[in-house]
Design a protein around this ligand. Structure first.
Ligand code: Q46
Ligand code: ZN
Ligand code: ZN
Length: 324
């Protein structure tokens, strides 16, 4: 197996590119693909500050590393979800990476700072854990980015994640989600710009990237992810990809270039109707925003034993996985 660029020994084959790459040229490919996504979708301008949503998994750590390598001012934010050992270890990976690069890692701990953790708080608020988790992440990353004067929040959603979410949205014709499934969501009052610079790179490449760059990461899946429908969508797409390399790329990027616009009509009017949360000041159509309502219902709830937590989450209907 020889590298397409230098003919030296290759370490990875990427069937969608119909090519193999050596270490040096694989790393270059990853950097080039991120730079291309950033440019193509106007994600970041030179000198802008970006806050990376870091989970301790391969995608977010690879993303942070790639943004630093490309010369961006990238800080990380780790959100302690309180999901037992999984969260403790994930935090350690995020801290170790920050230390190794001399990078700034901000931290928020849900239990210490807001009085709940995901397993217990979700139960108290009668929400599925991934729904409480997704809501907490969205609110706290947005708020931290605005408070810290960052130009954008970057998440580690890769091509596999985005193709799986798109597959689910098309399968069920969630047109309102299709309208927002973009690699960039522009800033609007109360919300920072959101960017997904890994949309041109797959999950396997991100694992290989961390391996080659010597970045240890959380390899365990979140214990709350069991039953996540997106896992089934990923498996279905993997099967299609194995018979037709490049199918995921064409599906997702074809959607962006040829279909996404169609679903976007009308979302701007919707956004005009938002007021302000009486407690935290973030935009909301109600008196209190969904996050402040969650804190009210979940805050102060006592942690439960992990076995009980697992039982409590058996019927969860998780939010899209990814951004790990
Ligand atoms: S971390 Fe949170 Fe995911 Fe765990 S609780 Fe669900 S949403 S599965 S990306
Ligand atoms: Zn090479
Ligand atoms: Zn609020």
């Amino acid at each position: 197996m020889k590298c397409r660029v230098c003919r030296g020994p290759a370490i990875i084959d990427i069937r969608r590119h119909n090519a193999n790459f050596c270490t040096e040229h694989f790393l270059r490919l990853c950097r080039d693909q991120v730079a291309k996504a950033i440019k193509e979708h106007s994600m970041l301008a030179e000198g802008e500050r970006v806050l990376v949503a870091v989970s301790g998994g391969k995608d977010s750590l690879a993303l942070w590393d790639l943004l630093l390598e490309l010369g961006y001012q990238a800080d990380g934010l780790y959100l302690g979800l309180g999901i037992g050992e999984y969260s403790d270890e994930s935090g350690d990976y995020a801290r170790a990476f920050a230390e190794s690069r001399g990078a700034t890692l901000l931290e928020i701990d849900l239990r210490e700072d807001y009085g709940y953790d995901i397993p217990t708080g979700a139960r108290a608020a009668r929400r599925a854990p991934c729904s409480a988790c997704g809501l907490s992440k969205r609110h706290l990353f947005d708020e931290a980015a605005l408070d810290g004067g960052y130009d954008a929040v970057a998440t580690g959603h890769n091509l596999d994640d985005e193709a799986a979410v798109l597959f689910g949205n098309v399968l069920h014709w969630h047109t309102e989600y299709l309208a927002r499934q973009l690699p960039v969501l522009d800033a609007r009052p109360g919300f920072p710009r959101k960017i997904k610079p890994l949309v041109r790179l797959g999950e396997r490449e991100m694992a290989a990237y961390c391996l080659v760059r010597g970045i240890p990461y959380q390899v365990e899946e979140c214990p709350m992810a069991a039953g996540n429908r997106h896992i089934a969508y990923k498996e279905a797409l993997n099967e299609i990809e194995s018979r037709s390399p490049g199918a995921k790329h064409d599906f997702y990027h074809g959607f962006l270039s040829r279909a996404s616009e169609t679903f976007r009509q009308g979302i701007d009017e919707e956004q005009g109707a938002l007021g302000t949360c009486g407690r935290c000041g973030s935009p909301t159509p109600a008196e209190l925003c969904a996050f402040c309502r969650l804190v009210e219902q979940a805050g102060g709830s006592q942690p439960v034993e992990l076995s009980a937590r697992r039982r409590a989450t058996g019927s969860s209907d998780p939010a899209p996985a990814g951004g790990s």
